[in-house]
Ligand binder design. Structure first.
Ligand code: NDP
Ligand code: ZN
Length: 355
C-alpha cells in the first residue's frame, strides 16, 4: 500500500494552512522514503499559494526545500541507506533522455521536469505531487541529494532551492576574485548569493528596499549596500558592474540594473514577480545599453545541486534561519512576514514538531 502522510495544506488561495492527510505511492525499487526533518519557506511557495502566477489546484501542500532522514530504501537503491540524511529540491523527476536531461539540466527537461508539488507525477500513476510541509516524501534516489553527515541539518533545506538557484548562475558566469558584482533583493536567495560571491572573492554590492538589512550585508562581507528607495545612493553606479543577480519578487525596473553593467557585463534574473506586477524590458533600452547580456536561470540540475550542497557544507555557507514549529497558524503567519520583509533570512519549519 501507499505511504500515509500528514502535513499542512491550503484549500484555496486565501493562504490559510490547515492539517491535511494524504497518501503517497509505495516506495518503488529505485526509490527512497525520507522522513522530513526540516522544510524551508521559499517565496515561490507564497507565489503559488496566492495564485500570483496563475490558477492553481487545491489542496496544495507547498515546500520544495526539504531535508530529512532516509527511513526506507527500495531493493535497487545504491546511493542511500537507512539513516542517511537526504534532501529534495524543486523537482522529483524528468524524462532522463532528452538533450537537457543528458546534459544534467533536468530542470529544463523537454517533456517537463516534475515539480515537487503542484504537479502531476506521470511516472507514478499521475499522482498529484505534494510538497515538504509534511512528514515524509517518497522519491527516486536519482532525484534525492546526499547531505553529508556533518552538515548543520537544521540549516540545509534552503540550500536545495535558494542555494542552487543562486549558485548556478554565479558558477555559469564564472565569477572570480575582484569581479565587481551586485545582488538585487537581499532575502532568502539574495543572502546566499552574497555568501557565494564573497567566498569567490568578488566585490559585492547589495540592493534592497530596507534599512533593516544594511548591517547584515556588511557582516556577510558585502562592501556596499544600496537602499534603492534613496536616490542619492543610486548615483555613480552606471557601467560599474561585471555581474548583477536579480532575486527581486516584486515590481521593479530591470533597466536600472542593465545600465549598471559594464560592456559585456551580465544580468542574471531569477526572481519572478506576480503576473500582475511583472516588469518588462523595452527593446530600445536593450539596444541603447548594448553589449550587455541578460539571462534567466531556474534552479540547477541534480548534479550541480549535489555539487552546490557539498561546496556549501565544506565552506560553512548556510542560510540564516528562523526555525518555526509545524502548525497551520504559525505557517500562515510566517507567509505574511516574508511578504512584509520581517524574516532574517529564511523560515524553516521543524517538521519533527508536527503532531
Ligand atoms: P524573499 O522574500 O526571501 O527575498 C526577496 C527580497 O527582495 C527581500 O529582501 C525584499 O525586500 C527584496 N525586494 C523587494 N522588492 C525589491 C526591490 N524593488 N528592489 C530590491 N529588493 C527588493 O524571496 P526569495 O529570496 O525566497 O525569492 C525571491 C524570488 O525568486 C521570488 O520571486 C521567487 O519566486 C524566485 N525564485 C526563483 C527561482 C528560480 O529557479 N528562478 C527559485 C526560487 C525562487 P524586503 O526586505 O522588504 O522583504
Ligand atoms: Zn524555492
Amino acid at each position: 500500500g501507499g505511504v500515509l502522510t500528514k502535513g499542512f495544506a491550503v484549500f484555496k488561495n486565501d493562504g490559510q494552512f490547515k492539517p491535511y492527510a494524504f497518501t503517497r505511492h509505495a516506495v518503488g525499487d529505485n526509490e527512497i522514503q525520507i522522513e522530513i526533518l526540516y522544510a524551508g519557506i521559499c517565496h515561490s511557495d507564497i507565489h503559488h499559494v496566492r495564485e500570483d502566477w496563475g490558477p492553481e489546484k487545491y489542496p496544495m501542500v507547498p515546500g520544495h526545500e526539504i531535508a530529512g532522514r532516509v527511513v526506507k530504501v527500495g531493493r535497487n537503491v545504491t546511493k542511500f541507506k537507512v539513516g542517511d540524511y537526504a534532501g529534495i529540491g524543486c523537482m522529483i523527476g524528468s524524462c532522463r533522455h532528452c538533450e537537457a536531461c543528458e546534459h544534467d539540466l533536468e530542470q529544463y527537461c523537454e517533456e517537463g521536469a516534475i515539480m515537487t508539488y503542484h504537479d502531476i507525477d506521470r511516472y507514478n500513476g499521475n499522482e498529484p505531487t505534494q510538497g515538504g510541509y509534511s512528514d515524509n516524501y517518497v522519491v527516486a534516489e536519482d532525484f534525492a541529494i546526499k547531505i553529508p553527515a556533518n552538515a548543520e541539518i537544521e540549516k540545509v533545506a534552503p540550500l536545495l532551492c535558494a542555494g542552487i538557484t543562486t549558485y548556478s548562475p554565479i558558477r555559469n558566469v564564472g565569477i572570480k576574485k575582484g569581479d565587481k558584482v551586485g545582488v538585487a533583493g537581499f532575502g532568502g536567495l539574495g543572502h546566499l548569493a552574497v555568501q557565494y560571491l564573497v567566498k569567490l572573492g568578488a566585490d559585492v554590492t547589495v540592493f534592497d528596499v530596507t534599512e533593516a538589512k544594511r548591517a547584515d550585508a556588511a557582516r556577510m562581507g558585502a562592501t556596499r549596500y544600496v537602499n534603492v528607495n534613496n536616490s542619492d545612493e543610486l548615483q555613480g553606479l552606471n557601467k560599474q558592474y561585471d555581474f548583477i543577480l536579480s532575486t527581486i519578487p516584486a515590481k521593479y525596473d530591470p533597466v536600472m540594473y542593465v545600465k549598471m553593467l559594464k560592456l559585456d557585463g551580465q544580468l542574471a534574473i531569477v526572481g519572478i514577480p506576480s503576473a500582475a506586477n511583472m516588469p518588462s524590458i523595452p527593446v530600445n533600452a536593450i539596444v541603447m545599453n548594448s553589449n550587455r547580456k541578460i539571462f534567466g536561470s531556474q534552479i540547477g540540475g541534480i548534479k550541480e545541486t549535489q555539487e552546490m550542497l557539498d561546496y556549501s557544507v565544506a565552506n560553512g555557507i548556510y542560510p540564516e534561519v528562523e526555525i518555526i514549529p509545524a502548525d497551520g497558524k504559525t505557517i500562515t503567519e510566517a507567509y505574511q512576514k516574508v511578504v512584509d520583509g520581517d524574516v532574517k533570512f529564511r523560515y524553516v519549519i521543524d517538521m519533527k514538531t508536527l503532531k
